[in-house]
Design a binder for this molecule. Structure first.
Ligand SMILES: Nc1ncnc2c1ncn2[C@@H]1O[C@H](COP(=O)(O)OP(=O)(O)OP(=O)(O)O)[C@@H](O)[C@H]1O
Length: 417
């Protein structure tokens, strides 16, 4: 998995007092950590673990979670947080929790030792709390056991100064550590995975009891902030184009923007020759009548199919699709300019947070943006010389959060499935 570069974070994201940053080191579970934190009512943002420190400037997270990752801390080119990160966290007063690789990275950076484990642990494992009092497990838990999800080859064999072991696996490997005074914590297992039966409780305790974070993040706040942003971006005489696919995301994005600027929003549904059966008919017959969203259908199927002919590489296909979409929207912008006398500057897209995260190269892969796992056509697949500027009101949300936003906007259930 990749992660959003910090440049894609909204400038206001750090304004909240209760921000949690997830530094991604390439684990398949990083998005899950981000979601678990949000499910507890706390705003969490996922950024590349190797992003330069300057990209975190202005953010004052209450907690930073270092994700797991597929690497060994000893491998050449193993991803690490930027130099100065630990000072940044200390100055922000942030608590730092390393998960799996994140814990090993923390330990190694602070002078402890990580080695290839004798007890490589994968899958369901029992851990036992070994401290009578700990930040991560509370009081009087000593001797208690819980099932957790492990996935590690390396293990921590020597702690940095001032750290304490607070849980061990039944095989004897260090499973949880803390240095309360310095606000450092580590879990060798994955609390974000449901197989870790009390993982959610441990995250809850970490966020609320240890870090003192308040669960004050609501989807309604995202809506309010987006309305404000759109009002400040779009002039009162400006027309805006919306890329409407008929799916949940662009439907919610279109409705949100339409609520703000009314019929100066022009939804465009592109028939790219790759549509689902009867999709065009459904969109054209229901969006205007049920959602009061006027939609123009543009048949560009020839254009797309001829450009895609013979292309096999999926990444290449996504880039071609992204480029052709923009060509269609540019042409539509030109047509609107002739009608209204002013060229639309903005394009609304239903881009989601996973689109952004997955369109960036995985940390530690040595890859650049041209080597991503999957360039979504609406993010990494966009042409570099694109003139339209983007409005992406859902860019920081996961699908379930978009559905909630859609309900707040009174979009009928049938459009949110
Ligand atoms: N046929 C289309 N016509 C116009 N815009 C489109 C079309 N297909 C996709 N888009 C735009 O690209 C974005 C990403 O499209 P994608 O195919 O990845 O679907 P998605 O992420 O499931 O979003 P949605 O739920 O809106 O379909 C959409 O949100 C929309 O803004």
């Amino acid at each position: 998995m990749g992660s959003a570069s910090a440049s894609s974070l909204p400038t206001t994201a750090g304004a909240g007092e209760n921000l949690v940053l997830i530094l991604d080191f390439g684990s398949q579970y990083t998005q899950l950590i981000t979601r678990r934190v949000r499910q507890l009512g706390v705003l969490s943002l996922c950024v590349s673990g190797t992003a330069p420190l300057s990209s975190l400037t202005g953010l004052r997270p209450r907690a930073v979670i270092l994700s797991g990752g597929p690497h060994s801390v000893h491998a050449s080119g193993a991803p690490s947080f930027p130099e100065g990160f630990l000072d940044f966290a200390a100055e922000a007063g942030a608590h730092v929790l390393g998960v799996c690789y994140g814990m090993q990275l923390l330990v190694q950076s602070l002078g402890g030792a990580v080695e290839a484990g004798e007890r490589q642990e994968y899958g369901d494992t029992e851990v036992e709390i070994t401290a009578t009092s700990s930040a991560l497990y509370g009081e009087s838990g000593v001797g208690n056991r819980q099932s957790v999800w492990m996935s590690h080859g390396d293990e921590v064999v020597r702690l940095p100064q001032g750290f304490e072991v607070v849980a061990r696996s039944v095989q004897g490997a260090i499973a949880a550590i803390e240095h309360r005074e310095k606000r450092f914590y580590g879990l060798q297992y994955h609390p974000e995975v449901t197989h870790s039966t009390q993982g959610k409780e441990t995250l809850r305790r970490f966020l609320f009891d240890v870090c003192g974070i308040k669960a004050d993040w609501k989807i309604q706040d995202v809506l309010d902030e987006q309305i404000k942003t759109i009002k400040s971006m779009v002039g009162t005489d400006e027309h805006v184009i919306c890329a409407l696919s008929g799916g949940v995301d662009s439907t919610v994005a279109a409705t949100l923007v339409h609520n703000v600027i009314g019929d100066r929003l022009h939804c465009v549904f592109v028939d790219n020759g790759l549509l689902r059966y009867k999709e065009k008919e459904r969109v054209m017959s229901t969006f205007n009548s049920d959602l009061h969203l006027p939609v123009t259908c543009i048949d560009a199927s020839e254009q797309f199919l001829s450009k895609l002919k013979g292309v096999k590489d999926p990444e290449m296909k996504r880039k071609i699709v992204g480029k052709e979409f923009i060509a269609v929207f540019d042409e539509f912008a030109h047509m609107l300019e002739q009608q209204t006398g002013k060229r639309p500057e903005y394009l609304v897209q239903g881009t989601l947070y996973p689109d952004v995260i997955e369109s960036c190269p995985p940390p530690g892969s040595g890859m650049t943006h041209s080597h991503t796992i999957k360039s979504h056509h609406n993010v990494g697949g966009l042409p570099e010389d694109m003139k339209l500027k983007l409005i992406e009101p859902l860019k920081l949300l996961f699908k379930d959060e978009v559905r909630k936003l859609g309900s707040i906007l009174n979009i009928p259930e049938s459009f949110l499935r």
